[in-house]
Design a protein around this ligand. Structure first.
Ligand SMILES: [Zn+2]
Length: 228
């Protein structure tokens, strides 16, 4: 079994055997579609992405959070978002729930996002596709939070360098499925490429990486140990 901690499953419109998927949303429409997904190996996340914070009404998404398994994809983005910073911050804050896993996008806003999560007593958070500073990794580990590694780690140097500094106890794998990176549409089975990268980088067997990823996924989403 593979464990994909961040995937836009509704954008792909397919199901994937052998992959346990944490399905994230971008806005109200995709949040509704995500909640309609069926299958025992799907965790449902709802939320407004920081790129869309100025276009969406958070009040309409908030009731859906109660029905969801986790919150996401939410966060802050200093690089690509056209939404004003204050608006991004306001929308992000409204969606934070201390008792749910927060699946965050925090591009060039890693520290400020981390500080807000801590301030609001969030127990579980995932910094997806981590390219942030290595100094923050110890804080992420100390807080019991996680980072994900994406298959694009093979070609994105800053991602590879950041992940190499992390402890295996905080690493999850993800596809960011549905997103197209450098001409390639990402899909859940590609998380094996991220696992290969981890095995090589940390000099451990694929079996050990699989075991670690499963264990971390269970903790990140507060699942029962009985999960396959
Ligand atoms: Zn994403």
């Amino acid at each position: 079994m593979l464990y994909d901690a961040h995937c836009h499953l509704v954008e792909l419109g397919k199901s994937y055997d052998g992959v346990f998927v944490a399905a994230v949303s971008m806005d109200l429409a995709s949040s509704k579609r995500t909640l309609g997904l069926l299958g025992p190996k799907i965790l449902k996340g709802v939320g407004i992405h920081p790129w869309l914070a100025h276009l969406e009404d958070p009040e309409k998404v908030l009731p859906l959070i109660e029905e969801a398994d986790f919150v996401g994809e939410v966060g802050l983005d200093r690089k690509y978002s056209e939404a004003p910073w204050d608006r991004q911050r306001q929308v992000f804050l409204k969606q934070i729930r201390e008792d749910k896993t927060i699946n965050v996008h925090a591009l060039r806003a890693w520290k400020v996002t981390f500080d807000l999560l801590i301030k609001h007593d969030v127990k579980r958070a995932i910094f997806h596709w981590y390219t942030g500073p290595k100094e923050l990794l110890k804080d992420i580990e100390g807080a019991g939070y996680f980072v994900t590694v994406n298959p694009s780690v093979k070609v994105q140097k800053e991602h590879a360098e950041a992940i190499a500094e992390a402890d295996l106890s905080v690493i999850l794998v993800e596809s960011d499925g549905g997103y197209t990176y450098r001409g390639r549409t990402l899909e859940p089975p590609m998380v094996v490429e991220a696992e290969d990268f981890l095995a090589t980088t940390f000099q451990v067997s694929i079996k050990e990486i699989e075991r670690k990823v499963r264990e971390n996924f269970i903790r990140a989403f507060s699942l029962s140990q009985q999960v396959e």
